[in-house]
Design a protein around this ligand. Structure first.
Ligand code: HEM
Ligand SMILES: *[C@@H]1O[C@H](CO)[C@@H](O)[C@H](O)[C@H]1NC(C)=O
Ligand SMILES: *[C@@H]1O[C@H](CO)[C@@H](O)[C@H](O)[C@H]1NC(C)=O
Length: 481
């Protein structure tokens, strides 16, 4: 009996949504402020166009961008990168993208510009050059062989004064690393279909692991870090066990705490701001940090500090071994300051080596660190990118590989040529190396990253006699195209 009106209603709904979709699409394809930009009309009509490449083509968006640019005859102007990310921009991070990492309160995911700047000022000193030099021994003692396990071990020891035991895991397949591998591909589904993330993260843990192994990664990591925070809050003496300052030490130090609360409460009336100390609002207890904030920050550091460094080390070693001349030149330079490989070599000695530094820069260029274009929202008012006015609210981005493989900036972009970075006449290239991004939201861990890169690559190259193994040679899995 109900069938007739129900079918009727659903067809009306279907027809009117189709109508709305068509009207919206026509508007965005023909009348939108950005419609003068060339590109496939379907891409202007629906975000599903991009979702297809992100999800079905398994992260193939960047590759597709390269081919779109060929099809439509557009050349990338590197200046656009600086207009989007450079010093002085106030573009915010796109919430839809960064929420996917399920660490909303962390400095990395924070989309509010002012709060992000406050968090950066507060956390910055923990990763300052001086702090890194003081803790160089943390890295020195972890220099081994499997890069991602190594960088995970460094970041957990550095931030949490605890071993992750990633170096001891069979085949270096540590559960945290597998969790990261399982979680990352889900990011694209979460971005395009945010409801999926909400549902997966809100169902009870036992169901979530059945539904999709990829979310157990996040849940499992959350559980581990939560345990550690609880333990520390219960017994703060565990903080001193590691023999150096942990990030929680740093957060919970009364002096820093004041600084945090002071900074975070500068604008108490602005309720629209997500507040990392949110749980405390109204309690006027400005000396405690939100546990959720500590959790998000701790969770994110493992992502930020492991895959990025690991990828660049792998790229470096791959290209060094694949280019015998580079290998020889590098070894010769190292021998001069490090004749006895049985003795520790300091970071500050290594960073003075011009050829080695150029090798790392070239590895950062070809390994990228992060390949995905990082979305920014134009604001607070309309802004110019390459001299063209882009309306506030537009999502803009530019992937590092698009600059790093630009043949006009880097001739022979697919070849590993450290010399291109050497000498005063080549110094101007530095501004096109965007592995750590640029400007107000650039990498906060850059000092730690450089220190790890120098120590890891130096020890492996100087101490081990390695040859490329052709049997496991995977063409270009390291470089992006
Ligand atoms: C070679 C290694 C690394 C590379 C290539 C790299 C690259 C990047 C990039 C491109 C961003 C910008 C992300 C965005 O716009 O959303 C970023 C942000 C960040 N990185 Fe790194 N990173 C590296 C190592 C590290 C390490 C070791 C840490 C350790 C703590 C770290 C901590 C962070 C944090 C906290 C942010 C967020 C900053 C913000 O959003 O304001 N990174 N990194
Ligand atoms: C600067 O870069 C060019 C081109 O890559 C290279 O041929 C030249 O040797 C570099 N300069 C120095 C001083 O190495
Ligand atoms: C490496 O292996 C590939 C494919 O098996 C082969 O074509 C190539 O000649 C090998 N290169 C060397 C240096 O042995």
């Amino acid at each position: 009996m109900l069938q007739v009106p129900f079918t009727y209603i659903s067809s009306v709904v279907a027809v009117s949504s189709l109508f709305l979709f068509v009207v919206r699409s026509v508007k965005s394809v023909f009348f939108h402020a950005l419609s003068k930009y060339p590109g496939p009309p379907l891409a202007a009509a629906t975000t599903l166009y991009r979702a297809y490449y992100d999800i079905v083509k398994d992260g193939g968006w960047l590759e597709h961008l390269f081919s779109l640019h060929e099809t439509y005859g557009i050349l990338y102007n590197p200046k656009a990168y600086h207009d989007i990310y450079g010093i002085g921009t106030r573009f915010i991070k796109e919430k839809e993208m960064y929420s996917c990492f399920a660490t909303d309160k962390s400095v990395f995911a924070m989309h509010d510009h002012k709060l992000a700047m406050q968090l950066r000022t507060a956390i910055g000193p923990f990763f300052s050059r001086k702090a890194i030099l003081d803790l160089e021994n943390v890295i020195q003692s972890k220099v081994y062989f499997a890069f991602r396990s190594l960088s995970l071990e460094v970041i957990t020891t550095y931030c949490f004064a605890r071993s992750s035991h990633a170096m001891d895991a069979p085949n270096f397949q540590h559960p945290i690393l597998s969790a990261i591998d399982n979680t990352l591909p889900m990011i694209w589904i979460f971005k395009h279909f945010p409801l999926v993330q909400k549902v997966l993260l809100s169902v009870p843990e036992c169901f979530a692991s059945v539904l999709k192994p990829s979310t157990t990664g996040i849940i499992e990591q959350k559980r581990m870090i939560k345990e550690q925070i609880d333990q520390i809050l219960e017994d703060p003496s565990t903080l001193s066990r590691g023999g150096h300052e942990t990030i929680y030490h740093y957060f919970l130090n009364p002096k820093n705490k004041e600084e945090f609360s002071m900074r975070l409460e500068t604008d108490p009336k602005d309720n629209s701001l997500p507040n990392p100390t949110g749980e405390l609002e109204g309690r006027r207890d400005s000396t405690t940090l939100s546990k959720n904030y500590l959790l998000d920050e701790g969770l994110y550091m493992r992502f930020a500090g492991s895959d990025t460094v690991g990828t660049v080390c792998t790229a470096a070693l791959y290209h060094i071994l694949n280019n015998p001349l580079v290998h020889q030149t590098l070894l010769k330079e190292m021998m001069e300051i490090w004749p006895d490989k049985g003795i520790l070599i300091g970071y500050e000695k290594l960073e003075k080596l011009p050829y080695f530094t150029a090798v790392i820069k070239e590895a950062l260029r070809m390994g990228h660190g992060v390949v995905s274009p990082l979305p920014r929202i134009v604001g607070p008012s309309d802004a110019e990118v390459l001299g063209i006015t882009i309306p506030a609210g537009t999502v803009v981005s530019m992937g590092a590989p698009i600059l790093h493989y630009n043949p006009e900036i880097f001739p022979n972009p697919m070849s590993f040529i450290p010399e291109r970075w050497i000498g005063e006449e080549n110094q101007s290239l530095d501004k096109y190396l965007v592995s750590f991004s640029k400007g107000p939201r650039s990498c906060l861990g850059i000092n730690l990253a450089w220190c790890e890169l120098y120590l890891t690559i130096a020890n492996v190259v100087r101490k081990l006699d390695l040859k490329p193994d052709n049997s496991t040679y995977v063409p270009c899995s390291l470089c992006y195209r």
